[in-house]
Design a protein. Sequence first.
Length: 158
Amino acid sequence: MKISIIGGGPAGLYCANALKLSNPHCDITIYEAKNESIDSFGLGYTLQKGTKGFLNKIDNTFLYSLFSNNKPPHLTRAVVGANDNFRFFDFAEGQGLARFDLMRYLRNKALELKVRIIDKKVSTASLVHLQKSSDLLIGADGVNSIVGRKYAAKFESQ
């Protein structure tokens, strides 16, 4: 099965890794706009139960290897600030992880699993070609998704 994934951020990389682990014979290619996801800044992530379970399944030594003291920070509340205004949000407990560390790991794991990562920004015109040449086309390209815009009417998304 030939699978093309648009977007090499956490969603695209998680998806590629999970698909490759469940079916090693899949031919998976991720198209990422010149490493935008790896090199971008982000707030970091909170690894909750399901995510930790998945990371444990794909590499059982990974989660705790990320933290020098083998005990990841325990988080139950987020603080979001703009100017002098701050809001607090409670959420399901989890462990904090820097975006760079997670992205570096997921990308290296995908490469180890023989997922191709092509540094190329996909245009609307090339989506049609990718759709025709792939058994499955996955849009994991974030908020300003080119895939979402192209197929919005078909999926009735907003």
